[in-house]
Every structure is written in C-alpha cells, then in structure tokens.
Design a protein around this ligand. Structure first.
Ligand code: CU
Length: 111
C-alpha cells in the first residue's frame, strides 16, 4: 500500500522528471501461476486497467499442451526447472486472456 506522500512524490516527479520517475516506478507486481495439464491456477487474476504485471509460470510434472502459452502477443514455453515469465499491461478496456495455442487451457488478467 502506497502512502499518499509516496503517491504525491511520484506524481510530482512524473511531471518534473520523467526519466527519474521511470527509475522510481515500482517493479511490476509478480503473480505466480501453476501450470498443469488441466490448466492454470489461478486462472483469473484481478488487475486494474493499465496495470503492468509479470506473470510467472511455474511448471509441474504433467502440463500437456498447456505448457505453450500465448499472452498479449507473446509466446511463452513453460519448461521444468526454468522460470517462464511474461510482463503484460492490462488494456484500458479491462481484460486480457492467456491460453494455450488451442485455447483448451486459458485464463484472464483484468477485471
Ligand atoms: Cu492446449
């Protein structure tokens, strides 16, 4: 939770020092998603319009075709013992989806 002072500082620096504001901006929230042959857990991730977050896909033993994920135009291959991530920004309209190539396994990020 940001204090109102932090918000004020960020707002002021965004106007006065865009480059410095970039450095001050918080890192994207990281959300871990478990990948199994039955799909993604959680499959619904609540996020605000315009929020940038990093989806961190965690492999399991049997992922079936759910291990190949398409999200916001990025292709992510989930491999055991590797970190598979995608950083995405929720569209102003509200929700983006992530799914395997055949859309059998899917999830949403947004409202
Ligand atoms: Cu599939």
């Amino acid at each position: 939770m940001k204090t109102s002072m932090q918000k004020l500082l960020l707002a002021v620096s965004l106007v006065a020092f865009p480059v410095a504001a970039l450095a001050l901006a918080p890192l994207p929230r990281r959300v871990e998603i478990k990948v199994t042959g039955d799909g993604y857990t959680p499959s619904k991730i609540t996020a605000a319009p315009g929020e940038t977050l990093t989806l961190v896909f965690r492999a399991t033993a049997d992922m079936g075709c759910c291990d190949q994920i398409v999200v916001a135009g990025q292709k992510v291959k989930v491999e055991k013992d590797k970190v598979s991530e995608a950083t995405v920004t929720v569209p102003a309209s509200g929700t983006l989806t992530f799914a395997c190539s055949m859309s059998m396994c899917k999830g949403t990020v947004g409202k």
